[in-house]
Design a protein around this ligand. Structure first.
Ligand SMILES: [Zn+2]
Length: 161
């Protein structure tokens, strides 16, 4: 028997003011895009904005419906838009923010399990890491260099070949 260990590192900033100008701009865009969410059931509005490698900006927000569990997260709306508009184009960074009637938006949220799987597949498909900038309307900001680091021992398309 041999024990294996998995670690990853990420950056924690005290506030958006400590980010580079470019990262702060992207996070502010994500904050604004929360306004585009359709979240009458969860009252949890999430905005995601990507800077593509070609310099284009693509946004996504969560979109719910009365069949509550089948709603789409902002991250997956964004990835679907990005792939549709710019097939095979890698993403440099995605900023994600949120606002809610029920909780303070004062700390970063991280992608849910399905979104982690989708981000991991996107990275594999385009052969480039997706950098994540995660922050609320205020408070600390996480910068994660590679989204797939959030899904250790992932089940990937390689297993199906
Ligand atoms: Zn999700």
């Amino acid at each position: 028997m041999k024990k294996s260990e998995y670690t990853f590192s990420y950056e924690v900033y005290d506030s958006i003011d400590d980010l580079t100008e470019e990262d702060a701009w992207l996070l502010n865009e994500a904050r604004e895009v929360t306004e585009h969410a359709y979240a009458p059931y969860s009252h949890f509005q999430v905005g995601a904005v990507a800077k593509m490698m070609n310099g284009e900006i693509v946004a996504g927000s969560n979109q719910e419906n009365a069949s509550f569990p089948v709603g789409l997260c902002a991250e997956r709306v964004l990835l679907a838009s990005a792939s549709s508009l710019y097939p095979k184009m890698p993403i440099e960074s995605i900023a994600v923010s949120y606002q809610s009637d029920n909780v303070e938006s004062d700390h970063p949220i991280t992608p849910c399990g399905i979104c982690r799987q989708t981000l991991q597949e996107f990275e594999n498909r385009v052969g480039h890491p997706v950098r994540l900038i995660l922050g609320g309307m205020q408070g600390k900001v996480f910068v994660i260099p590679q989204a797939s680091a959030l899904l250790p021992l992932a089940f990937t398309s390689e297993e199906l070949k």
